[in-house]
Design a protein around this ligand. Structure first.
Ligand code: GLP
Length: 246
């Protein structure tokens, strides 16, 4: 795994933004998987700013987000659809036909999961997948214990995560929430993965995921086995890595 340690937040966001832009410029019809969260907002903003200043060709690029909340309206500002639409797709003029998201409301989420997975493979599979990491090592919404062989599915939310989502999104308590997420097996099929983590709160889980054993207890540890995974960290998130890396 190639580990890049950015000297500050601005550099972190710029490095990631240029990875996204570089992917689009080298392969105009790229399929790029994104992630929501605090870690990725800055890279979306910088990608959008660069596009505004120096428009590059986005007429064929396709995006999706690695996960989506279920049982809330898609238009709700806390849905991953709404966040990525606002943070990136709207700014880069990417219409819904090229934003391959699952529905947030359905009577049949198993079918939605299957369709999401099929849409990704029919479009050639992800050229680039950007991932954040949860406090417990989750990727997408694959919590500890998720089998490495998992396909796209609706994951139950753990209490801490659910409370955080409710707080961040303002979703009312009477909405039952779930997390439709690409499975770990599906994520691993991406041709390139960038795992991004910022801040001291991520330092210990980053150490475990990168330097500990590959275990389903820490979903992100599977990325050690991916042939083309880069890890982008700031100094705080890298602080617990051994030797010359940290
Ligand atoms: C949630 C999202 C993940 C994201 C993670 C990290 O779990 N479903 O896709 O990677 O949060 O979020 P943050 O960057 O805010 O720490």
């Amino acid at each position: 795994m190639k580990i890049i340690i950015a000297e500050n937040e601005q550099r972190f966001d710029e490095i990631a933004a240029w990875e996204i832009i570089g992917q689009i410029m080298t392969k105009k019809d790229s399929l790029i998987g994104l992630s929501t969260g605090q870690t990725t907002m800055g890279m979306h903003q910088i990608t959008s700013e660069i596009y505004k200043l120096h428009p590059f060709d986005t007429s064929r690029v396709k995006f999706f987000n690695v996960d989506e909340l279920t049982n809330l309206p898609r238009t709700y500002e806390g849905s991953c659809y709404a966040m990525i639409r606002k943070q990136l797709c709207d700014n880069l003029n990417v219409p819904d036909e090229r934003f391959l998201m699952p529905l947030t409301e359905s009577d049949d989420f198993e079918k939605e999961c299957r369709l999401f997975e099929e849409r990704i493979s029919e479009n050639g599979g992800a050229d680039l997948q950007i991932l954040g990491i949860g406090w417990n090592g989750h990727i997408g919404i694959n919590q500890p214990g998720t089998p490495f062989g998992s396909n796209t599915w609706v994951s139950p939310m753990d209490n801490i995560f659910e409370a955080r989502v409710r707080k961040e999104t303002g979703v009312a308590d009477d909405y039952e929430l779930g997390g439709l997420t690409l499975g770990i097996k599906t994520i691993m099929k991406s041709r390139k993965i960038i795992l991004a983590a910022k801040g001291s709160k991520k330092a210990e889980i980053i150490r475990k995921a990168l330097e500990g054993p590959v275990t389903e207890d820490i979903p992100a540890s599977i990325l050690q086995l991916h042939p083309n995974c880069q890890v982008l960290l700031d100094r705080e998130a890298a602080a617990h890595l051994s030797g010359e890396r940290g």
